[in-house]
Write a protein that binds this ligand. Structure first.
Ligand SMILES: [Zn+2]
Length: 323
């Protein structure tokens, strides 16, 4: 990849709009980093994959802290091939596996933390489902008594499909129905499904010493569109205040849980994020952000290509798209 770097930089300069004010910003978006491949989490990068991706970003792109990048997107002073790195949810592997790689390369990043897991070290609901599948000794998880289905677990393919089906179903449940489902999984497992996967307050403060910025991602990671307005605002505002107490700094950037505009959040939530005091917010729409995008609905995505050259070319294509 090192020998291709000058080529990628030249191609990037040629593709990017010549006028600095029309340049785009690619905001790449990770969740957790894995120690080794996991068939139930095959969209998440291993530490080896993350390492080559960071090598590539460090050698071919201009990686900026997200807060600075948003300011420069607004005032038209972005450099060519501008990228910002983000992580959602606040997984502990950001501290354990990603931080040493980012530090070695001097790369800044932002972590959007779901604040409700910091003190009690509880797991995100999607990880409770995964762990229930992983640890089950039964041939299926039967949730018919709470109005759901039977989820078969005969082999890895079934485990993966069942975890995905339960996750998709759980995602759009009300918070109460989601809790009922998680309690039932916990009962069926007959052992504690919590794994201490999320960042602690000390880890968050340590990340901040190394160019890692902390952003808001609500308290409990609900689908905002499924909540009444009071509750949605409390999730947005309380998460911000909680993180400000932990970090001792203003928390200015927000990522919508799940992030699909019109499905997971709507215009009401955009207004709530603004009135809670955030200065920019991020969706999960594919592509690069342009100066014409709404500052509270900036797209964020990660090339899904497994080979470095294709990964770089997809980023360049997004950066070169016409406004
Ligand atoms: Zn999230």
């Amino acid at each position: 990849m090192r020998c291709a770097a000058p080529l990628i930089r030249t191609a990037g300069n040629a593709l990017a709009p010549a006028e600095a004010g029309k340049r785009r910003l690619c905001i790449v978006n990770y969740h957790r980093i894995l120690h080794k491949p996991d068939p139930l989490l095959d969209s998440e990068p291993t530490v080896d994959t993350f390492r080559w991706q960071m090598d590539l970003l460090a050698s071919c792109f201009n990686v900026l802290p997200l807060g600075e990048a948003i300011t420069r997107l607004g005032n038209g002073s972005l450099p060519p091939r501008a990228v910002a790195i983000t992580f959602d949810d606040g997984y502990r592997t950001v501290h354990e596996l990603a931080l040493p790689i980012l530090r070695e390369r001097g790369l800044p990043a932002t972590v959007f933390v779901t604040s409700g897991h910091i003190e009690d070290e509880s797991s995100m609901w999607n990880d409770v489902i995964l762990e229930a599948v992983r640890r089950s000794h039964d041939s299926a998880i039967d949730l018919r008594d709470i109005g759901m289905d039977v989820y078969p677990l005969a082999d890895t393919a079934q485990c993966k499909a069942s975890a995905a089906a339960m996750t998709e179903r759980c995602k759009y449940l009300t918070p109460e129905a989601r809790d009922t489902m998680l309690r039932r999984l916990q009962q069926l497992a007959r052992e504690d499904l919590t794994q201490h996967l999320m960042l602690t307050a000390d880890m968050i403060r340590e990340l901040m010493q190394y160019r890692i910025e902390i952003g808001g991602h609500t308290v409990t990671h609900p689908i905002l569109a499924r909540l009444d307005d009071d509750r949605a605002f409390r999730e947005i505002a309380d998460g911000k205040h909680h993180l400000e107490r932990v970090t001792g700094r203003p928390v200015e950037l927000f990522a919508y849980p799940n992030g699909k505009q019109g499905v997971d959040f709507d215009q009401r939530h955009v207004e709530m994020v603004k009135s809670a005091g955030y200065r920019a917010a991020f969706t999960t729409a594919v592509g690069a952000a342009s100066g014409r995008d709404h500052p509270y609905q900036l797209p964020r995505s990660r090339p899904w290509d497994a080979r470095p050259l294709m990964f770089a070319l997809r980023l360049l294509r997004w950066l070169g798209e016409e406004q």
